[in-house]
Design a protein around this ligand. Structure first.
Ligand SMILES: Nc1ncnc2c1ncn2[C@@H]1O[C@H](COP(=O)(O)OP(=O)(O)OP(=O)(O)O)[C@@H](O)[C@H]1O
Length: 254
């Protein structure tokens, strides 16, 4: 299958420090990839390079065959390369319904409409409730964000990303800060993401990584040291040395 997303030889230096070292990753429609690695491995830098928040020193990013390396992050979002929003960007007095419907309107270039006027637009509300349903948020659609649990706020971030109709979705630690008792809810929601969407997730919770990912990419010191199946990753000597060893020793994933 042809790649929907292709990163080739992406490199970023900060002074003399090579933080992203000629990283190449490609994804097909429907891929579910977890990007893992120890603290400081370069995961966040990689995502920033891919989204256009940071300029690479060299290398390229292609989306659906188009080279988007020279485009800014908004231009990449419009083409379908979307990163999940952060809880810090939610409005606590607004409801999930309002958040998602406004995101749908924004995607359609109609964000200038008066707040609330979209309630009469059946197609916007239908799409809003489809997305909220996917994330298991329908029952909370009209609650204020301030009244819903943190794990559900994190799901709302993903709902906002889906409202932009991504081809490729980058999830930055969707379970971070979520109590263990609620991670099952995140996992169930991730399972219901559209089948043809390519998803790349950075996550520290190794249980979630192993349940979600069909493929695992391991970064260490800016270099891809493993790209393969979850069943092989734990047996790989370099990975054990670079990552899982430190995970076991430190007692925390990163
Ligand atoms: N703007 C910058 N200037 C200099 N060095 C930087 C900059 N941004 C990141 N780094 C360095 O790049 C390396 C990779 O950082 P990055 O945050 O991408 O790692 P990470 O894998 O996301 O780590 P973590 O899991 O702790 O979030 C670190 O050594 C960091 O100190």
């Amino acid at each position: 299958m042809s790649a929907i997303f292709e990163v080739q030889q992406l490199r970023r230096n900060f002074g003399g420090l090579v933080v992203t070292n000629d990283v190449s990753i490609s994804m097909a429609k429907g891929d579910r990839i977890a990007l893992i690695g120890p603290n400081g491995a370069g995961k966040t830098t990689f995502v920033n390079l891919v989204t256009g928040n940071l300029k690479p020193s060299s290398g390229s990013v292609k989306l659906a065959g188009e080279d988007v390396t020279a485009l800014n992050s908004m231009q990449r979002v419009r083409r379908g390369l979307v990163r999940s929003f952060q809880v810090t960007r939610l409005f606590y007095d607004m409801t999930p319904e309002e958040h998602v419907s406004l995101a749908v309107l924004q995607r359609e270039g109609k964000s200038g409409r008066m707040f609330g006027s979209h309630a009469g637009m059946p197609e916007v509300m239908e799409e809003t409730y489809d997305i909220l349903g996917t994330l298991g948020l329908t029952a909370l659609a009209r609650s204020r964000v301030s009244e819903i649990a943190y794990g559900q706020q994190r799901l709302l971030e993903i709902a906002l990303a889906l409202a932009l109709k991504p081809k490729v979705l980058l999830l930055d630690e969707p379970a971070a800060g979520v109590p263990q008792s609620d991670t099952g809810r995140i996992e169930q929601a991730l399972e219901k993401l559209p089948a043809d969407l390519a998803v790349l997730m950075i996550e520290h919770d190794m249980d979630l990584v192993f349940r979600f990912a069909k493929r695992v990419v391991v970064l260490a010191a800016g270099t891809v040291i493993f790209d393969g199946s979850p069943s092989d990753v734990t047996n790989d000597a370099r990975v054990r040395e670079a990552y899982l060893g430190s995970y076991a020793n430190a007692g925390s994933a990163a």
